[in-house]
Design a protein around this ligand. Sequence first.
Ligand code: KIV
Ligand code: NA
Length: 262
Amino acid sequence: METLAKLQAKKNQEKITMLTVYSAALAAVFNNTAVEMLLVGDSLGTVFQGKENTLSVTLAEMIYHGQAVRRGAPDKFMAVDLPFMSYQVNPEKSLLNAGKIIKRTGANAVKLEGADKVALESVRRITAAGIPVIGHLGFTPQSVNTLSGYRVQGKDRAAAQKLKTDARLLEKAGVFMLVLEMVPAKLAQEITRALKIPTIGIGAGAGCDGQVLVCDDMLGLYPKAPRFVKRYADLDQTVTQAIKKYIAEVKQGKFPDTAHSF
Ligand code: KIV
Ligand code: NA
């Protein structure tokens, strides 16, 4: 298993890979690969549940999926997202909710979005309790309504400066890693160079210390995948072909044959 220290030591040495995952079956496949980190992302709201955005995802749902992934991948460093409204109210609530995730799922870390006052104080409180925290800046899906849709962040000078400041504030507050989502590559590289902690990019160019993709997107299972996703497989076609064959064989009486009967 990766540890926090091992992951942090990879900065400037070796790129870090992270993938989201929501089910025990896929987690079991990932468990036997060299991927360093699994993220039970609240993207499960859109990707797994088929919802419009991640806002309605609950803490109970994050814990349910965290438990499933942990059963499938007992050997992986697993982070679980704190869902919308589980860390925005006050640092005490944030710590209690982070603690619930850790105790009930066996996660190694939690992740939260943004760098406002409550988020920063929450990072301090959660890390002080011995729970590693990952930050998340740039496009932060839980603020989709404020950000007016899925857009690249930090494009003008003021926004870029704010992102740099927020990244430093999060590092100072104690996050051990920072996800940068939909940020211009040059800005993400500048932030990466300015920080001691590793950055993990998604739609943030090659200058980050590592990369993360949503599992269904990269495997070709999610039709609405954004432009920054690379399809490493076409599971949609593989599944369609398998089902076609299954239907044909059942209709023709070829399945089940004697090898699959008692
Ligand atoms: O929920 C998620 O999948 C994420 C990653 C895209 C970083 O937060
Ligand atoms: Na997320």
